[in-house]
Design a protein around this ligand. Structure first.
Ligand code: NAD
Length: 402
């Protein structure tokens, strides 16, 4: 990075995060997703007033884009992002949201964002105030938070989530994305407290508190739907995911969906858990084992013409939620949009490659290159038609939400 009038912004990767983000690249990334939705066409009978909690990146951002550009919905987006400060660029989710609002407003769509802690009572109250003043009753609530910690607003305690196995330690293959090394990683099992805290952060309690607050304020429409996102994936990731601490939190999410469906019966509403496919997001890059699995999965799904990112997944989900296509439910009543990832032929090939993969054949046997390209894209780097050697003027770097 160098100052000369404006500022050139380059990726600065620290472990599994990139601490810089490119405003124009992030805008292009949002634009690409909008273009995908517009190419696919309008979703008939889609929601009209949508609240997205965790709306700035990954699956939540895609949910907001599909609601707005697929169904012309008003969207209220909630997220926790960092604006530019002291010459440092804002976070990617901030720039994504600035760009989203601009494109939505240009298209004549109402869009407002609240940047703050979604777990707090204050933010819930602020969201309800905005809904009452400017939106009309909400017909879809998307709950797409991924957070390493949560402060309980009633007792003030901050809980931390961990990505650990339960019961016994786990050793498995992983890729050091910085050094491009495939190694074995051993992760010690979580304590009962770590397990409980992960459920507290990533389970369903806060989703429930949101829905209860919205119901109490009478801002939910008849036939309202709410959806939270989960993951299942293949056996190689189960010790760290499905059977690990995060998996416990997802079980709690499943229970919460049942409870919320009951709670929403007065509105003829429904709470869903949607099981989504593995994609590269800031949340998934932090999970051991998963980036290597995704690199292999991408290679296979691309070769079979099945590759999907967040936007393709959520467009398909939106068609199911608005009953344009039948709901693809499993025996636990969860919506499965991970159907292509979990196809037996795809998973058989993953399993074969998983046995063989090592540092030397990483590029040949997986789409690690694609993983890295996708990762950089999350922060607005590597997009076509962006001049990365140009100075970013300070008013762009410090751009504000509307
Ligand atoms: P992400 O990191 O891209 O997005 C997380 C969002 O949560 C961001 O908008 C962020 O600003 C917001 N957020 C975090 N803490 C917050 C707080 N305290 N207050 C307000 N906003 C806050 O994550 P993602 O991968 O899109 O994950 C979203 C959901 O999808 C999670 O439940 C995740 O488990 C699930 N999921 C992810 C994958 C995957 O492969 N990435 C697969 C299936 C399901």
């Amino acid at each position: 990075m160098a100052f000369c009038g404006g500022m050139i912004i380059e990726p600065k990767i620290r472990g599994f995060v990139c601490v810089t983000a490119h405003p124009e690249g992030c805008a292009k990334h949002v634009e690409e997703q909008i273009a995908h939705v517009q190419q696919q066409g309008t979703i008939a009978n889609g929601p009209k007033n949508v609240l997205v909690i965790g709306a700035s990146t990954g699956y939540g951002l895609a949910s907001r884009i599909v609601a707005a550009f697929g169904s012309q919905a008003k969207t209220l987006g909630i997220f926790f992002e960092r604006p530019a400060t002291n010459g440092k660029p804002a976070s990617a989710g901030w720039y994504n949201s600035v760009a989203f609002e601009k494109y939505a407003h240009n298209a004549g769509l109402w869009a407002k964002s609240l940047n703050g802690d979604a777990f707090s009572n204050e933010l819930k109250a602020e969201a309800i105030r905005v809904i009452q003043e400017s939106m009309g009753k909400i017909d879809l609530v998307v709950y797409s938070l991924a957070s390493p910690r949560r402060t309980d607003p009633y007792n003030g305690t901050t809980y931390k989530s961990v990505l650990k196995p339960i019961g016994s330690s786990f050793t498995g293959k992983t890729v050091d994305t910085d050094k491009k090394l495939v190694t074995d990683v051993t992760i010690e099992p979580a304590s009962q407290q770590e397990c409980d805290e992960t459920v507290k952060v990533m389970g369903g309690e806060d989703w429930k508190w949101w829905i209860e607050a919205l119901l109490k304020a009478d801002v939910l429409a008849n036939n309202v739907q709410t959806v939270a996102y989960s993951y299942v994936g293949p056996k190689v990731t189960w010790p760290i995911y499905t059977n690990g601490t995060i998996g416990q939190a997802k079980v709690d999410l499943d229970h919460t969906a049942q409870l919320l469906t009951h709670l929403l019966s007065s509105k003829n509403g429904h709470a869903w858990v949607s099981v989504n496919k593995a994609v590269v997001t800031q949340a998934s890059s932090a999970i051991p084992v998963v980036p290597l699995y995704i690199s292999i999965l991408f290679k296979i799904m691309k070769a079979k013409g099945l590759h999907e990112d967040c936007i393709q997944q959520i467009y398909r989900l939106a068609k199911q939620l608005s009953k344009n296509t039948p709901l693809n439910l499993d025996n636990q009543n969860r919506i499965r949009i991970d159907d292509l990832e979990m196809r037996p032929d795809v998973q058989a090939e993953v399993a074969t490659i998983w046995e063989q993969i090592n540092t030397d054949n990483l590029s040949a046997l997986s789409d690690f290159q694609g993983y890295q390209t996708n990762f950089l894209k999350l922060f607005g780097f590597g997009l076509p038609n962006v001049n990365y050697s140009a100075d970013i003027p300070s008013h762009v770097m410090e751009s504000q939400l509307a």
